[in-house]
Ligand binder design. Sequence first.
Ligand SMILES: [Zn+2]
Ligand SMILES: [Zn+2]
Ligand SMILES: [Zn+2]
Length: 465
Amino acid sequence: MRHPVYLGHGQPPAGCKTWGQDTLDKNDADSVAFFLVGQETTEVLDQIRHIRGAEAPAIYLKPIVVLTPSASGSPAEQAADAVVEERTPDAPRLERMVDRFHPINQWIASLERNALSADGDPAFRLLRFLVSRGEEVTPVMTTASPEGFTYPTLEPLISQRAQKPSLLETLSFLENQQLVSGRFVTKAHFCSHCGSAFLNFKEVCPDCLSEDIDADELIHHFRCGHVAPQSDFATRDGLTCPKCDRELRHIGVDYDKPSVVFQCNNCHNRFQSPSVVSTCYHCERTVEPEQQTLRRIHAWTPTAIGNSAAVHGMEQLFMRVIDKQLNLWSLDALKQFVEVEKARNERYAKSHTSVAVLQFEHLSEMYIQLGRRAQQVFAELAQVLTSVLRRSDIIAPRGDSTFVLVLPETDEEQAQRALERIDEGISTLLAGNLESPPVLRSSARLLTAELDLDQLVETTVTSHG
Ligand SMILES: [Zn+2]
Ligand SMILES: [Zn+2]
Ligand SMILES: [Zn+2]
């Protein structure tokens, strides 16, 4: 049986346990039905960020309920799973909420033990949150974020440190991996230099680019055919034609206004259509609107692939990037192929096949370090493998960050050289992109009848240095 847990200083509502905020990770997270925040605390949003910033999924995914005397639609209330307009909700009310959040808690409990320890990757945390809630998240306009839009329930999951992928960027990463799908809501322009949504669109003189221009309506006097800006017709008593000196009384009868004319107060040029430029409020760069970034703003739901990745782990994210470029086999299929090759090599003593194992250590940290460049670097990493491997070579992922390769018509020395070239290519690629490149481990053996593939993988993965 799970219970509501009150985070705060004052008296908790009846039937609630109280936890100190700094002991979040020291208590039994499984026993929590939802966290209650807000009563007699002013920093409600900070409390929500603290919970959503925890590493353990059993903490950061838990439902959060804000207690408030009167709801105001504040960012904290929008970020919570529910708002209760009471200082001390009674026990039956809290029990109904326990029931309401049961599906979310069941989903969290269904994660395997080792999947509950710690999630560092922001994209994966977002994905898990979306899947655990099973509801579409919709964008909300805000001036509090430089991106101009936010998803209030997701925002506390993303740390706001500079150089990290933003919330919108993280969501589009998930979309590129087909882990979430978007429903069109609106479009918005963003600064192509710094990404800020705050742009000032201005009409300027097409000749001297001055912003100091005035619009004036053109007047066409039917009687004499004279066409000039309205200011030329204006007199104290109304409108008088400067050419024929007649008074203009009725629009549609005496005259009409065929268009608008602009006058530049800087170069005194007159023109019909001004140019448009946009200036970023943040970095102050001015460019034509077409050169800014136009993005679609979506509401998001997880896909079937996303649902499965949320349960099985973030390494699937990397495999998906790599699988797009490399034709990955399944490990079972590769093992079957190895058996066939063993038999073939035995029969035709002249032919050689080698097997190799490649392991990237700290793949997930690499993704976090790379931030917004992760997808491109992973694609280039796959490119290194494609450039070294031949069409007849077979590659299969094993678990999170290990690859098993079968290289037909290749002796051990040639296989070793192929691994060296992969190692060099990847080191060069990552050295330019990362301060602390991950460790790459590899080994190659000639495929003989005695070779134990699982053994080779184990020794490669556990070897050090
Ligand atoms: Zn001008
Ligand atoms: Zn006239
Ligand atoms: Zn900018």
